[in-house]
Design a protein around this ligand. Structure first.
Ligand code: HEM
Ligand code: HEM
Length: 213
């Protein structure tokens, strides 16, 4: 067994999954204040993950798992070297999910609801009609996100059917490795603290309509 996912990456993952579910529920059942709060939480998580993708453990770094098309094809053919961490194909789906989640939050921030009682915190930068058009896109993009999540879960099922269960490592952080495969050491936990403070600060600033006081 080798330690593959650090605590911050795992915490990020399960919080993101929970808050996306909660955001959907809160929007569906007209709890827009909760919906917005949950959205700020997701914003903080995405900012945190972007920072952690630069300063985090080797397996969390974008530079380690973002690979070119040749690596993706080699992986599909089963010709890649055994390593720990995201495979080149999974990495594409991760980037797509992060980008769509960020866009979904971005649109939400400018969205105006039908009666303009519970608008997003940046909607004062746009007219009512533009805010409504953005809300329309926000509704549509949700289905793109839902599609990517369905694909994510389907991929996990496919790996399971082929004999690899990816889920326990995302819970415990440890994964079985083939003999000779080394897992690089994880980043120290304290490093997540300044990243989390910066991410929370950024989300707070946005939630307050980009005003300091
Ligand atoms: C709203 C739902 C979800 C979203 C948006 C989501 C998103 C993500 C993201 C962004 C990553 C990359 C982690 C990182 O490096 O930061 C990831 C990885 C992963 N997710 Fe999810 N996830 C969701 C639900 C789930 C669920 C329900 C499961 C389990 C059944 C799951 C299992 C996994 C696993 C096993 C990985 C690691 C894949 C690998 O080994 O490369 N995810 N997910
Ligand atoms: C800070 C972030 C966010 C803000 C400020 C925000 C804001 C809003 C607002 C104002 C509406 C109402 C639009 C209307 O009445 O037409 C809305 C609806 C909606 N939002 Fe968000 N949102 C955010 C993040 C998210 C995220 C991350 C998701 C993904 C789960 C999401 C999914 C939805 C859905 C599905 C609806 C439509 C609900 C329905 O009418 O059935 N939002 N959002």
């Amino acid at each position: 067994m080798a330690r593959v996912w650090d605590v911050p990456t795992r915490a990020f993952h399960w919080l993101l999954a929970a808050l996306i579910g909660f955001s959907w529920w809160a929007a569906k059942f007209d709890h827009l204040p909760w919906h917005r709060l949950s959205g700020y939480g997701i914003l903080a998580l995405v900012v945190f993950r972007l920072i952690w993708g630069v300063v985090g453990s080797p397996t969390a770094r974008f530079s380690a798992f973002l690979r070119g098309p040749r690596a993706v094809i080699a992986h599909l053919r089963g010709e890649d070297e055994p390593t720990v961490g995201h495979n080149p194909l999974g990495a594409l789906s991760i980037v797509a999910m992060l980008a769509v989640v960020a866009a979904q939050v971005g649109l939400g921030l400018f969205s105006v609801d039908e009666d303009a009682l519970e608008p997003g915190p940046l909607s004062h930068f746009v007219s009512f009609d533009t805010g409504r058009a953005i809300a329309h896109l926000h509704h549509k993009l949700f289905w793109v996100l839902a599609g990517l999540i369905a694909l994510h879960l389907a991929a996990i099922v496919v790996y399971r059917l082929r004999g690899r269960n990816l889920v326990p490592p995302m819970i415990t952080g440890a994964t079985p490795v083939e003999p000779g495969v080394e897992a690089p050491p994880l980043a120290p936990l304290w490093r997540a603290l300044p990243a989390a403070v910066a991410a929370a600060g950024a989300a707070w600033f946005v939630a307050h309509g980009l005003k300091v006081i």
